[in-house]
Design a binder for this molecule. Structure first.
Ligand code: SF4
Length: 124
C-alpha cells in the first residue's frame, strides 16, 4: 500500500496525487509496497519542519524503502510522473530533481552525438 500524506499545506497537493485512481494507474508494483498508510508522516514533510527533523525523517523513510521489493518501480514512477513531494523509491524530491536533470543532460548529449555521427556518415 502506498503511503498517504497526512499533513496539510504542501502535502495536500501530494495527497491529491495519491488517490486510488492514481494508484491504479501506477501499475501492480504498489501492491507489494512495504510502506503503509499510517507511515505517511514518515514520507511527507509536515509544514515548517526543521532541517534536522527533516533529515532524520527522510533517513527513516529511506530505510523503509531499502527493504521494499518494489523500490525500483516506485522510484521510476516518481521520476516519470514526476511526483513533486515526499520520499519515493528511496529518493527525496530534491534527489529526484537531480536524477531528472542528469537524465535530461544525458539525453541531450546522446541527441548531439547522434546528430554528429549522422553528419559524419552523410559526408562519408
Ligand atoms: S520504495 Fe519506499 S515509497 Fe516506494 S513503495 Fe516502497 S516503501 Fe513505499
Amino acid at each position: 500500500m502506498l503511503h498517504l500524506p497526512q499533513k496539510p499545506l504542501q502535502v495536500a497537493a501530494a495527497l491529491s496525487q495519491h488517490n486510488p485512481t492514481r494508484e491504479d494507474q501506477a501499475g501492480p508494483w504498489h501492491a507489494e509496497a512495504v510502506c503503509r498508510r499510517d507511515e505517511a508522516g514518515l514520507f511527507f514533510a509536515p509544514s515548517k519542519e526543521p532541517t534536522a527533523a527533516r533529515l532524520s525523517r527522510e533517513d527513516a523513510a529511506k530505510r523503509v524503502c531499502a527493504r521494499c521489493p518494489v523500490m525500483v518501480d516506485c522510484r521510476e514512477h516518481a521520476l516519470v510522473q514526476p511526483e513533486p513531494y515526499g520520499v519515493w523509491g528511496g529518493l527525496t524530491a530534491a534527489e529526484r530533481r537531480v536524477v531528472l536533470a542528469r537524465r535530461r543532460r544525458r539525453d541531450a548529449e546522446l541527441r548531439a552525438a547522434a546528430t554528429t555521427s549522422g553528419r559524419i556518415a552523410a559526408a562519408g
